[in-house]
Design a protein around this ligand. Structure first.
Ligand code: 26Y
Length: 824
């Protein structure tokens, strides 16, 4: 907040220009005559990076001196997107940089567009980690994010002939100004080898893990500045390098090529982000990534802890480790291993420390997303960890047996090791047993975890471990940055910009909901944002869309449970209905633009067919002269964070239509509503709590409830599904070839007709169509709609990630803010 509204000193502008030119000419060795937008982006980013590093150093020195309890947020994914704009805003220097660059003949907006997204994540879970980093920094918490510096982020999606095709995202090609390479911070990570049992003279037994192969983890630091505060935290991303201690034997044997091969295989570990969202694939390289990352992270945290010479018993009071889903769960046996094998603690003392240190967030109830790793795989890659996991399980099941004597089936159900050929490690069970707290990400989801997914554990721990922390989003990026017009307007109406750091302030917007002048301006801003999106759509797809149509948007990963299929079936239904109308009747319809975007996992056949169907329907509808602007269907390729920043502010309606009980929370729902968009959605995830906050008049709910789903599925399995007649019509149109060769879509249609309709599209279709009709009706009432839109934004205080992070800090991590003074 500081500086942003002050009149800039000419001297300050000169200083920015000087640092910009220094980087352009010295860091990048370019001349002023050879300057394109990308070069200027780099110069600007490097000049900001200098400021970030100063703040980061001050923060670290302050933390070292104060030595507060720290939280470590471990995540295999950080979906950061672009940094330039958010950094300018956090540092409060956007206006002055704009002026400085203007004078040099560059438009800041153009330079912002030059940056490639940091896309080291799949979707919701990765973006949540990024929002949480922003809040941790802004709220002055002493926090670290830890993850992997993938060389390839999530693939680039191109649409070819209506089909998704994937291209590698080599995002580091032109350098990354937002990271600091720390060749001095590195750790060794061992794989494979063998475990030696050592019996000491006094009879005690210890184990030593030896041999195998080693790789080195090198740190890359990404500073995350808090908004309007000195606190600048760090995301430390690990990159794999070959071990320095080289296999000289192999070289001496003249086996040069093989030795080099093995060097390369070390670098492979951090090469690519696995592009599966909510679907487990048991690839050994993925398991290597997970261990590589937790092993380096724990060494780093322990080194920091040891600097202060505290006893090990202090560890849980100085260190809190949050597991972002089960992906970093190997941290649990790894810390146990370090404590007993390397630090010489007893099993019980070590386990007490471990279970007081870790906490675990579950992000999904989908069975196919729950991680299970084959025992032989872990045994081969991490032999000592497999022994420790067996022991953790043994001691745990002994306690279960003591509490519920003779209950064999309960032991089988609760075992961390799932019997079978091969046996599997249930990572969620290991995470629960090794953590002090387990949380879901929205109220409904946390209840489902307790009652449906892990009820035995709730009973065993007598309800003491399980809690809810509803997700949140950072209002900095998802309103202040992505919707500057609305942000300015809100600041003007509230008389202050303090809402950016205190979203409770938005509640005061309610008093403007009926104010005609405010409504008019509010909708004018929405229209500007729709024009911006329409221009983007035209530039990418050549499709002309009208900003006066209702913008109906569904953007998220493509997944059967998210039911994009139902959306496009609804579009077909609308199209068939429109075709039956007379031109006069048609002219009275609300024109609607239906936008889709999202990536499918490359191997997810059905999801890819949904993309093809959307594009095929678009092809027909958009070129039907009878339809014109009354209906348009657009699939925007390559959905990512920076595209979301353009799409979200432009929505009138956004769809969050997962089968009830399947979407743990959803976070884009929050982003849309914060920007005055209205949800059309199911009674699922955070939709429910959003409805509670903004009022049921301001959200279009439809469909069955989560507690009805199981019975309906059961019926679907044992008797013929009642196909909704309207849906039957729609499927007939597909099968008739209205949208191209119907053969292509047979497997997709079959998920409804012969596949048991697991996601209950047929069941929900009628009420979905009804909700859509309601939304058409409501949109005709311009005043009513504007009021809804204002009340949406006004009711979103709860969904700031600042609120979520404060809950984690107080209830789970037990950490306090550590305010960094402006100067040391
Ligand atoms: C095991 C592996 C393949 C895997 C990889 C990624 C499993 C799951 C995921 C990603 C899960 C994910 O993004 N879950 C989403 O987390 C969001 C943040 O909590 C929720 O809002 C959203 O409902 C949930 O689907």
């Amino acid at each position: 907040l500081w500086k942003e509204f002050e009149t800039p000193e000419p001297a300050e502008i000169k200083a920015i220009q000087k640092s910009f030119l220094r980087h352009v000419t010295k860091t990048f060795a370019r001349t002023a005559f050879n300057m394109d937008n990308f070069g200027s982006y780099q110069g600007t980013a490097y000049s900001l990076r200098d400021r970030l590093i100063d703040k980061w150093n001050i923060t670290q020195q302050h933390h070292t001196r104060e030595d507060p309890k720290r939280v470590y947020y471990l995540s295999l994914e950080f979906l950061l997107g672009r940094s330039l704009d958010s950094c300018l805003l956090s540092l409060g220097v956007k206006d002055i940089y704009k002026k400085a660059l203007d004078e040099l003949g560059f438009r800041l907006e153009d330079l912002i567009g030059e940056e490639v997204d940091a896309a080291l994540g799949n979707g919701g879970l990765g973006r949540l980690a990024a929002c949480y980093m922003d809040s941790l920094a802004t709220l002055d918490y002493p926090a670290w994010g830890y993850g992997i510096r993938y060389n390839y982020g999530i693939f680039k999606q191109l649409i070819v002939d209506g089909y998704q095709t994937e291209f590698p995202d080599y995002w580091l090609n032109f350098g990354n100004p937002w990271e600091i390479e720390r060749l001095d911070v590195s750790y060794e990570v061992r794989f494979r080898g063998y475990v030696n049992k050592v019996t000491e003279e006094d009879g005690t037994i210890s184990y030593v893990w030896e041999g195998g192969e080693k790789v080195v983890a090198v740190a890359y630091d990404v500073p995350i500045p808090g908004y309007g505060t000195m606190n600048t935290i760090n995301i430390r991303l690990w990159s794999a390098k070959p071990a320095r201690e080289f296999d000289f034997a192999m070289f001496n044997d003249g086996n040069y090529e093989k030795a080099v091969e093995e060097q390369k295989s070390a670098e492979n570990i951090t090469s690519v982000l696995y592009p599966n969202d909510n679907h487990m694939v048991g690839k050994i390289l993925r398991l290597k990534q997970q261990y590589f990352f937790v092993c380096a992270t724990l060494q780093d945290a322990i080194r920091r802890f040891k600097k202060t010479n505290r006893p090990w018993s202090d560890f849980p009071y100085q260190v809190s480790i949050q597991l972002n889903d089960t992906h970093p769960t190997l941290g649990i046996p790894e810390l146990q291993r370090i404590l007993i094998d390397e630090e010489g603690l007893s099993w019980d003392d070590a386990w007490d420390i471990v279970t007081k240190t870790f906490s675990f967030t579950n992000h999904t109830v989908l069975p196919e997303a729950l991680e299970r790793w084959a025992v032989p795989l872990i045994q081969d890659l991490l032999p000592r960890h497999m022994m420790i996991i067996f022991d953790i399980n043994l001691f745990f099941l002994q306690k279960v047996e003591k509490k519920f004597p003779g209950d064999r089936d309960r032991l089988r159900r609760m075992s961390i090791i799932e019997e079978g050929h091969p046996q599997n490690v249930r990572m969620a069970f290991l995470a629960i047993v090794g953590s002090h707290t387990v949380n879901g990400v929205a109220a409904l989801h946390s209840n489902l975890i307790k009652n449906d997914i892990f009820p035995d554990f709730v009973e065993f721990y007598e309800g003491n471990k399980f809690t809810n922390v509803t997700n949140g989003i950072t209002p900095r990026r998802w309103l202040h940055q992505c919707n500057p017009a609305l942000s300015d307007f809100i600041t003007q109406k509230l008389g202050s910009d303090s809402w950016v750091k205190d979203l409770e302030q938005l509640k005061k917007l309610k008093e403007f909901a009926d104010d005609a002048a405010v409504q008019k301006q509010w909708m004018a801003i929405k229209r500007q944002n729709k024009v911006r999106l329409a221009d983007y759509i035209h530039s990418i797809t050549s499709i002309q869309v009208s900003p006066d149509s209702l913008f109906d948007i569904q953007v998220k990963r493509i997944h059967e449970y998210k039911r994009q299929f139902m959306n496009i079936l609804g579009v077909i239904h609308r199209y068939l209905r429109l075709k039956k109308l007379t031109p006069e009747q048609r002219a009275k319809e609300v024109p609607r633009l239906v936008v889709f975007a999202g990536k499918s996992a490359p191997g997810y056949f059905i999801a890819k067919l949904v993309i093809k169907l959307i594009n095929s329907v678009g092809e027909v509808v958009n070129n039907d002269p009878e339809i014109g602007d009354i209906l348009k269907v657009v699939f925007i390729p390559n959905y990512n964070v920076s595209l979301a920043e353009i799409i979200i502010p432009a929505s009138d309606i956004s769809q969050h239509i997962s089968t009830a009980g399947t979407e743990a929370s959803g976070t884009s729902n929050m982003k849309f509503v914060l920007n005055g968009g209205i949800i059309l959605g199911t009674v699922d995830g955070a939709n429910i709590e959003i409805g509670e906050e903004i009022g049921e008049d301001n959200i279009f709910f439809f469909g069955v409830k989560a507690d009805e789903v199981e019975d309906i599925r059961h019926l679907n399995r044992y008797r013929k599904i009642e196909m909704d007649p309207d849906l039957r019509n729609v499927l007939d149109a597909i099968e008739r070839g209205t949208f191209g060769d119907p053969k292509i879509f047979e497997p997709l249609v079959a998920t409804l007709t012969v596949g048991g309709d697991y996601y209950l599209i047929s069941k929900d279709f009628a009420s979905y169509i009804e909700a859509q009709a309601d939304s058409d009706e409501a949109y005709k009432d311009k005043v009513g709609w504007a009021k809804k839109s204002i009340l949406c934004t006004a009711g979103m205080s709860k969904f700031s990630s600042d609120r979520s992070i404060n809950e984690y800090a107080e209830r789970i991590w037990k950490i306090k803010p550590c305010t960094v003074p402006a100067t040391l």
